[in-house]
Design a protein around this ligand. Structure first.
Ligand code: KG4
Ligand code: ZN
Length: 342
């Protein structure tokens, strides 16, 4: 079964073709990052307009890269939430138009569930080996959710952020350190130049003891205070890049430690057989390294960085498992900007 996936929930216009929920036939992403970097963050109206301009060429490129024609496509999958309403509408309307014109089944997919299914795209079948239940950490620009996946389509929310999402905190910390947008890759890059044992700065960790919830807004304030104390706010003046990088590295360590410890705690508490990571923040090299190092014997699935960030292949992969167990959506499929999972 060949599924065309479409993803426009935030600032990437993406289309992909995936065979049987596993085999990546094409994966096209038109990033708007440079457009938004100019404003220091995603501007919703700019994003929707850009999706409108990119949507058709991106779908055409996805077909072309796969060497497929419309006759080969069996179903259409599209993100219908969570995300920016105007952005989601562009993808959903495109998907409906194709489904209508080609008389193909249409599946609306939860973006967060899509991030979980990126783990199926590189030769693994976490559902078969090690099998359910699996603990999933979805950490992105808008979410930091710990979920127990008990079966395909069955999720229990174990914990979530009470304030900022992990990605949002990377973006905010990078902005106040003058490191640019998006913040995650900028902070990772700055931290790489600093050997860990030389970092003397310590920033707080919000453990939210007794829960599997997260909180990152206090950490952002702590970075702000340190930056103000040291005269580093808004970016490094010449010769002070080292101090900015040290603060960035201390920030990264704090977020990574909390995400690692709480994910492993969730797995231990639930008796999960394995761990799946997904979402832009899980592209972070330090997080990947620490989770693999500390997981003991537990299998950990972390997609390649390019599949952790927003893409349409994960949406198509996820839709394959929907197609196996439910009816397609109708043309009344609407966008749900605050859609939840679990
Ligand atoms: O999943 P994603 O691409 O979009 C959303 O669904 O939000 O996640 C984007 C977020 C941004 O906040 C970005 O700063 C963060 O993921 N991110 C990273 C890294 N790459 C992207 N955070 C930490 N380290 C990275 N290498
Ligand atoms: Zn995402």
């Amino acid at each position: 079964m060949l599924i065309l996936g479409i993803e426009t929930s935030c600032d990437e216009t993406a289309a992909a073709l995936v065979q049987d929920g596993l085999r990546l036939r094409s994966n096209i992403i038109a990033s708007q990052v440079e457009l938004h970097a100019h404003y220091g963050g995603v501007v919703p109206e700019v994003a929707s307009r850009q999706h409108m301009l990119q949507m058709v060429p991106v779908v055409e490129r996805a077909l072309h890269q796969a060497g497929a024609s419309w006759d080969n496509v069996d179903a259409i999958a599209v993100t219908y939430g969570p995300g920016l309403a105007g952005s989601l509408m562009v993808g959903v309307n495109m998907a409906k138009a194709i489904a209508y014109a080609r008389r193909l089944p249409l599946y609306g997919i939860n973006h967060l569930e899509g991030h979980v299914y990126a783990a199926w795209l590189e030769g693994h079948r976490p559902d078969l080996s090690p099998g359910f239940p699996l603990v999933c950490l979805v950490a992105s620009g808008g979410h930091t959710d710990l979920l127990l996946m008990e079966d395909h389509g069955h999720y229990q929310l174990l914990g979530m952020t009470r304030d900022d999402a992990a990605g949002e905190s990377f973006d905010k910390a990078a902005r106040l350190l003058g490191l640019g947008f998006p913040g995650g890759p900028a902070i990772q890059r700055a931290s790489q130049s600093i050997p860990l044992h030389t970092v003397r700065q310590q920033l707080p960790r919000a453990w939210m003891r007794g829960t599997l919830d997260f909180s990152f807004s206090g950490l952002k304030t702590a970075v702000l205070h340190k930056a103000q104390e040291q005269g580093l706010e808004g970016g490094a003046s010449a010769g002070r890049q080292q101090e900015v990088a040290e603060l960035a590295s201390a920030f990264q360590e704090s977020v990574v430690e909390v995400l690692t410890v709480k994910t492993l705690e969730a797995a231990a508490q639930t008796g999960a057989k394995g761990i799946i990571l997904g979402g832009g923040v899980t592209a972070n090299a330090r997080l990947r390294e620490r989770l693999h190092a500390q997981a003991g014997g537990l299998p950990v699935f972390i997609p390649s960085p390019g599949l952790c960030v927003d893409n349409a292949a994960m949406i198509a992969a996820c839709a394959y498992y929907h197609a196996g167990r439910r009816q397609p959506d109708g043309y009344d499929l609407d966008v749900v900007p605050s859609l939840k999972l679990g």
